[in-house]
Design a binder for this molecule. Structure first.
Ligand code: ADP
Length: 157
């Protein structure tokens, strides 16, 4: 059974994330979308909100589950018996960080492989921070995030 973990802040989930999740779900038996409680970042949405927003956006995918975790990703992956980490790549600017993280995780857990999905061109510019900025200034984010998230953003920001 091929179990993959897609970790991220998802603050909030965007259509770019959804695209990666849908594509990963066609390749792996199970995809665990794992929301990070990252002590270095101050998210706009609470961990519970981020998990709920993902669940509301992913109702139809039967082999996708949403979870959250604390601590090292490789420890969480071992606990879940997953040996694949999924990440997305947009521009070159993502590369340095993703490269460093993939190699660090490989050093700690050589049996866990990180697999990168290239963004769809439609979402190559799209990030959670961009969505929050647009929402903050009253812009329309309906084409950038799932419908359930639009409403949440209006209330929160
Ligand atoms: P993190 O704080 O871990 O970077 P994010 O929620 O910002 O969490 O992103 C999670 C993963 O999804 C990262 O690998 C990121 O590069 C990828 N990602 C984010 N937005 C997009 C997008 N529009 N297209 C493809 N991948 C994306």
């Amino acid at each position: 059974m091929k179990v993959a973990i897609y970790p991220g802040s998802f603050d909030p989930v965007t259509n770019g994330h959804i695209d990666i999740i849908s594509r990963a779900a066609t390749l792996f038996d199970k995809v665990i979308v794992a929301v990070i409680r990252n002590p270095d970042k101050t998210p706009k949405f609470s961990l519970d909100d981020r998990v709920d927003m993902l669940k509301a956006s992913l109702k139809k995918d039967r082999n996708v589950v949403v979870d959250s975790f604390d601590g090292l990703l490789v420890d969480y992956a071992k606990k879940k018996k997953a040996n694949i980490i999924v990440r997305g790549l947009r521009a070159v600017s993502d590369f340095d960080y993703e490269f460093q993280m993939a190699l660090t995780n490989r050093k700690m857990a050589p049996n866990i492989e990180t697999i990168f999905f290239m963004t769809d061109y439609k979402y190559s510019y799209l990030s959670s921070s961009f969505v929050k900025q647009i929402a903050h200034f009253g812009g329309d984010v309906s084409e950038l995030v799932p419908p359930a998230i639009c409403q949440k953003l209006k209330i929160k920001i």
